[in-house]
Design a binder for this molecule. Structure first.
Ligand SMILES: *[C@@H]1O[C@H](CO)[C@@H](O)[C@H](O)[C@H]1NC(C)=O
Ligand SMILES: *[C@@H]1O[C@H](CO)[C@@H](O)[C@H](O)[C@H]1NC(C)=O
Ligand SMILES: *[C@@H]1O[C@H](CO)[C@@H](O)[C@H](O)[C@H]1NC(C)=O
Ligand SMILES: *[C@@H]1O[C@H](CO)[C@@H](O)[C@H](O)[C@H]1NC(C)=O
Length: 422
């Protein structure tokens, strides 16, 4: 007999077999009371623990009636539809949301930006179901690797998922370049790893990366990858840091330190970096049990003339998505987009899913943090807010908001089988 709980269960089973008279409710109450006495405050976690153990034993991953998203459906082609049921959670309910993206708390007066649902032309995007996502992540590590936009997306994922962890038992662990949201009961974690160029660079220090001369080592990823080796789900991105200069400084072959660099074109460098990262993926991950995603370019909205608003100031006055994209050019570097898509499709062993968020995000001039954000550790002052031309951040996104939809795309791909298999 392995536990008192099992003992009661067996006893009850015995009575039932004998006479079948013992009402099931009484048995249940007896088991519950005994467990409550034994485990006291842990009762709630015990109940949850048993629940998922049960599910693991008796249910398959896939329930009938799941909305199915055909692989062939182009999720990147669609429209933003106003939906009163959005957002999926409230900003104030997301416990670990950083001040940087807590736009309402920072004084943003409108909430319209939270209420848009992405509607692909040819199929529907299923609503994000944290419980189901959690079932898939049980016993797994999901790691977002990239720059602050990817951290933005990681924050959204934590907000979407945090309700599955009871209040009071949620935590957030900062460990060097890693931030971890553990889901202990499920032996799972959702992590972010700071590597703005993916490969090694002189800007890898998570807190102090305002380096005047940025240099990358395009052929070397091992030092970072050691921190995500063994991850089951990897979500990569890398874009904004490439846009400072059309030429990139890369380490010379055989260089001893970051001062020994040479310049090559941005696209050439990007291609080399992708090759390094995807080669690592191909050599080090188990194609049968891991899932790899590469997020496409997240656009900037720095010039209101791009969408034909001569009265605008960067993204600061925008309250609605762009409805008609014809004749609109946001200026995203689509050359990098094409390189990333091609590289993602050309791994030999481990499939990489290219998640195209670019076109849908280009429409969301309204969704940036703008002046409702922080700078150098402080929320912008009223004086700074009054100067959006100088202070508006038209790069990062409010949460809840657009990054929730990016995560919904990953969720949809999980639904159609791109999740790690057991
Ligand atoms: C919609 O789906 C159908 C059938 O799968 C396909 O033939 C068609 O090209 C798709 N259209 C768009 C706009 O994706
Ligand atoms: C970097 O290497 C160069 C050439 O080997 C050397 O002259 C320089 O002092 C080194 N700089 C640092 C900071 O170590
Ligand atoms: C992946 O699964 C296939 C089919 O079940 C099997 O033949 C193959 O050896 C597996 N590969 C690895 C790396 O485990
Ligand atoms: C979008 O704008 C273009 C040019 O400005 C116009 O010709 C077209 O009719 C518009 N489309 C819609 C759906 O409004």
């Amino acid at each position: 007999m392995d536990s008192p709980l099992a003992a009661v269960a067996k006893l009850a089973g015995f009575y039932l077999r004998k006479g079948g008279k013992l009402p099931i409710l009484i048995v249940a109450v007896a088991v519950f009371l005994l467990a409550a006495v034994l485990y006291g405050e842990d009762m709630r976690s015990l109940a949850e623990y048993s629940w998922w153990r049960y599910k693991a034993l008796y249910e398959t991953d896939y329930a009938p009636g799941d909305p199915f998203v055909p692989e062939a459906c182009d999720l990147s082609d669609g429209d933003w539809v106003f939906d009163q049921d959005y957002p999926p959670y409230r900003e104030g309910d997301c416990e670990f949301l950083s001040k940087q993206v807590s736009c309402l708390q920072n004084g943003r007066p409108d909430t319209l930006y939270q209420k848009w649902r992405w509607q692909p032309k040819n199929c529907s995007l299923p609503r994000f179901d944290a419980r189901r996502m959690l079932e898939w992540l049980r016993g797994r590590r999901m790691v977002f690797v990239g720059d602050s936009i990817n951290r933005n997306q990681w924050e959204s994922m934590v907000c979407l998922m945090q309700t599955v962890v009871p209040r009071g038992r949620r935590s957030r662990i900062v460990d060097g370049s890693r931030i971890i949201f553990p889901i202990k009961e499920y032996h799972a974690s959702i992590e972010f790893y700071w590597a703005p160029f993916l490969v090694e660079s002189n800007s890898d220090e998570p807190e102090f990366h305002s380096i005047p001369v940025r240099v990358i080592n395009p052929d070397s990823v091992e030092k970072h990858a050691a921190h995500w080796k063994g991850a089951d789900v990897l979500v990569f991105n890398s874009y904004i840091w490439w846009m400072n200069d059309p030429r990139m400084k890369v380490l010379r072959p055989g260089a001893k330190n970051w001062t020994e660099h040479q310049e090559i074109g941005r696209r050439e460098a990007y291609e080399r970096v992708l090759r390094t990262v995807f080669d690592w993926v191909d050599r080090n991950l188990d194609p049968n049990s891991s899932s790899v995603f590469f997020m496409s370019m997240s656009p900037l909205h720095g010039r209101s003339m791009d969408w034909g608003n001569p009265d605008g100031v960067k993204c600061a006055k925008e309250r609605e998505p762009i409805r008609n994209m014809s004749g609109v050019h946001i200026g995203t570097e689509m050359g990098l987009w094409a390189l990333a898509r091609k590289a993602a499709a050309s791994t030999a062993r481990v499939p990489v899913t290219f998640v195209d968020i670019t076109a849908m995000s280009e429409r969301r001039k309204d969704a940036h943090t703008s002046v409702f954000t922080m700078q150098q550790g402080k929320v912008l002052t009223p004086e700074q807010k009054a100067e959006p031309a100088k202070f508006a951040d038209c790069l990062h996104w409010c949460v809840p908001g657009l990054p929730d939809t990016w995560n919904q795309l990953i969720y949809a791909r999980f639904l159609s089988g791109r999740r790690p298999q057991r």
